[in-house]
Design a protein around this ligand. Structure first.
Ligand code: SF4
Ligand code: SF4
Length: 275
C-alpha cells in the first residue's frame, strides 16, 4: 500500500518584508544553538554585493515593503554595512538582526546619526535563549547575555526601538519569560523593547496538536541571498526553499516540506519579523 504525504502549501499574502542575507556564513561568534552549518569555517568572505541589493530594490519597487531586515550569519561584519543600511533606509524601516557584539556606544551613536538623516526608522533585533545569564550563555557563547543586555540598554538611551527574540529552547512558559524580562528591563532601566518568543508551543510534542491559524514568514516576504531568492531565513540556501534567481520572476508559493517548516508551522506567529 502506498503512503502519499503531502506538504502544506503556503501562498504569499503580501510582500511586506524583504530579508537580505548580508553573509551566509561569516560570523564573529560561535553559538552552540546556531542553525547555520558553517562547515568548520565561519570566516567565509561570502558578502552579498551592493549591486545585487540595488537590483532587488528596483525589482520590488511596486511592493509595499514595511521593513527590510539585514540578517546573516552576522550582518554587521559586511564591509559595506553602513552604505547598505543608508541605501535601504531610503526605502523603508530597516531592522538589523544582530548578535549585539558590534553595538558599543560609539557605533550606536553613529547609527543614531544615520537614522536622523531620513524619515525611516532603524530597529534592532537581538536574541537570547534564557533570562538567566548562565543558562543563556550555555546555549550561545560566553558573554552573549551581557553583550545583549548592554546593547539593549544603550539602544534604549538613544531612543531606538528593539525587539528581543527569545528562542525558547528551554520550553519555559511564556508568562515566566515575559515576567522575568520585564523585571530585568525595569532593573536595568531598559525601555522600548518588545519581547518576541519563538517556539513556545506547549503542545509541540503532541502530534495531534494543530494551531488554529498559521502565520509564517513566507506568507509575508522573501529573503535575498547571493544565490537567489528563498522563502525565509530558515531555508536560505536550501533547495526546498528556492523561489527563483531574482525578484523579476520569483515564486509566491512555498511547499512547506522541510523539518524547519514543521517547527515553524506550530509556532504561533512569524518568527523573524518585528511587527
Ligand atoms: S551569532 Fe548568530 S550567526 Fe553567529 S554563531 Fe551565533 S547564532 Fe550563529
Ligand atoms: S520554514 Fe520558512 S518556508 Fe517553511 S513554513 Fe516556515 S517560513 Fe515558510
Amino acid at each position: 500500500m502506498s503512503n502519499i504525504c503531502t506538504a502544506p502549501i503556503y501562498k504569499m499574502n503580501s510582500f511586506e518584508n524583504l530579508f537580505i542575507e548580508m553573509t551566509a556564513k561569516h560570523c564573529n561568534q560561535k553559538c552552540k544553538c546556531c542553525y547555520i552549518d558553517f562547515n568548520g569555517n565561519k570566516n567565509n568572505k561570502d558578502f552579498i554585493s551592493i549591486d545585487s541589493i540595488k537590483e532587488s530594490l528596483e525589482d520590488t519597487k511596486d511592493k509595499n515593503l514595511q521593513c527590510i531586515y539585514l540578517c546573516g550569519a552576522e550582518p554587521m561584519t559586511h564591509p559595506d554595512f553602513n552604505q547598505i543600511l543608508r541605501l535601504c533606509l531610503k526605502r523603508c524601516n530597516v531592522c538589523i538582526m544582530t548578535n549585539g557584539s558590534f553595538l558599543n556606544e560609539k557605533k550606536i551613536r553613529f547609527l543614531s546619526k544615520v537614522e536622523s538623516e531620513g524619515e525611516n526608522q532603524i530597529i534592532f533585533g537581538l536574541s537570547l535563549v534564557h533570562y538567566n545569564e548562565s543558562e543563556n550563555d550555555k546555549m550561545k557563547y560566553r558573554g552573549n547575555y551581557r553583550q545583549n543586555i548592554f546593547a539593549l540598554k544603550t539602544l534604549s538611551r538613544y531612543n531606538f526601538n528593539s525587539v528581543l527574540f527569545v528562542q525558547n529552547y528551554y520550553k519555559l512558559s511564556e508568562a515566566e519569560i515575559l515576567q522575568k524580562f520585564c523585571e530585568i528591563f525595569e532593573e536595568q532601566e531598559i525601555y522600548n523593547v518588545d519581547v518576541k518568543i519563538n517556539c513556545s508551543y506547549p503542545d509541540y510534542d503532541d502530534e495531534n496538536y494543530t494551531k488554529p491559524s498559521i502565520s509564517t514568514d513566507c506568507m509575508y516576504g522573501r529573503i535575498l541571498t547571493q544565490n537567489g531568492v528563498y522563502s525565509c531565513p530558515l531555508l536560505s540556501g536550501d533547495y526546498r526553499g528556492r523561489c527563483g534567481s531574482n525578484f523579476q520572476n520569483f515564486s509566491e508559493v512555498v511547499s512547506a516540506e522541510s523539518e524547519f517548516c514543521a517547527t515553524c508551522s506550530k509556532n504561533n506567529n512569524t518568527m523573524f519579523t518585528v511587527v
